[in-house]
Design a protein around this ligand. Structure first.
Ligand SMILES: C[S@@+](CC[C@H](N)C(=O)[O-])C[C@H]1O[C@@H](n2cnc3c(N)ncnc32)[C@H](O)[C@@H]1O
Length: 306
């Protein structure tokens, strides 16, 4: 039981209800390990083979990651990330594997209009641009301008042209109604799936802050869903493992939105045990997949909706 005490009781309770004791202990052990560093290769600038060779020549060990043909995991200490070969050239971005899965679930196509409603600092926006071959239009919205500056820097470093930035609250944008082929809502959340990356994160949130986040998430989902054209797609994602911010947000939305349904992805590979929810949403438990905790679901607006 010792390892459980390194997390607040209410968080342990949330996990015990979903996992049982033995699995919760494994999750806590995983969350107490040092975080791994994954790279997402920018295929518009280089190839995974070229990055592997450059890193190995600099003495950095890497391995490939199942399910993700453009991803590498750094093995052991790599020193300063920004000094590694290929960083300044825009060959790659640091992004955990589970966050990379979100872009694949969205599955954006060249020439489409995509709205990234909570975009900064742009890990997923830049992935979307790469997946679209930098062809099409991506509206990157966020209410935090300091984080949007980071997004601007990242897209310049990666030499991406298709991203247009909007500062503001995505619950109040009115100019995007029925304009997007796809919307990504990577919602603000309690971050219970990434606590190993932020030393203070496990103490920062409370049950009350989770309740407030859940309300914000539902408001964001309700409004940003209106951005999607009939027949289009919305992916909702968080890096938390709290049902009140995930399953319950989606269930509440679907209950009042008859023109929306969950869609199982085709042509997208996700780790098996993360795919296996009967409801169709994906939950990445870190200790099972060896990647950050994530929740993601693809929703489709039916063709006959306005
Ligand atoms: C999980 S982070 C997004 C991470 C980003 N998608 C990425 O992959 O780099 C959530 C973001 O939501 C933004 N945010 C929170 N509330 C918002 C709102 N009402 N409207 C727009 N952005 C919001 C925060 O500023 C934060 O940047």
């Amino acid at each position: 039981m010792g390892i459980l005490h390194s997390f607040p009781d209410w968080i342990i309770q949330v996990w015990l209800e979903q996992l049982g004791l033995a699995d919760t202990e494994k999750l806590c052990e995983w969350m107490n390990q040092s975080p791994t560093i994954d790279l997402r290769i920018n295929p518009l600038r280089t190839s995974i083979e070229e990055v592997e060779t450059a890193l190995q020549s600099a003495g950095v060990l890497v391995r490939r990651i199942p399910y993700l043909p453009q991803a590498l995991r750094l093995i052991g200490s790599a020193g300063s990330i920004q000094k590694l070969p290929g960083f300044r050239e825009g060959w790659w971005t640091v992004q955990d594997s589970s966050a990379q899965l979100v872009g694949h679930l969205l599955d954006p196509q060249p020439g489409e209009v995509v709205i990234d409603a909570c975009a900064a600092p742009g890990g997923k926006t830049t992935h979307i641009a790469e997946l679209m071959g930098d062809k099409g239009k991506i509206w990157a919205c966020d209410r935090t301008s300091s984080r949007l500056r980071k997004l601007q820097e990242n897209s310049q470093r990666l030499n991406l042209q298709s991203i247009q930035i909007y500062t503001g609250d995505s619950r109040h944008f009115n100019q995007f109604q029925n304009t997007a082929d796809r919307v990504l809502l990577d919602a603000p959340c309690s971050g219970l799936g990434t606590m190993h990356r932020h030393a203070d994160a496990r103490w920062r949130q409370t049950p009350e802050s989770v309740r407030e986040l859940s309300v914000l998430q539902q408001e964001l989902l309700t409004h940003t869903s209106t951005f999607v054209k009939a027949g289009g797609v919305l992916v909702y994602a968080t890096c938390t493992l709290h049902p009140a911010e995930n399953e319950q947000v989606i269930s509440a939305f679907l209950a009042k939105s008859p023109d929306w349904q969950i869609e199982s992805p085709s042509g997208v590979e996700l780790p098996d045990s993360a795919c296996n929810t009967p409801q169709g949403w994906f939950k990445v438990w870190p200790h099972r997949q060896d990647m950050d905790g994530f929740f993601m679901v693809r929703l489709r607006k039916t063709n006959n909706s306005e």
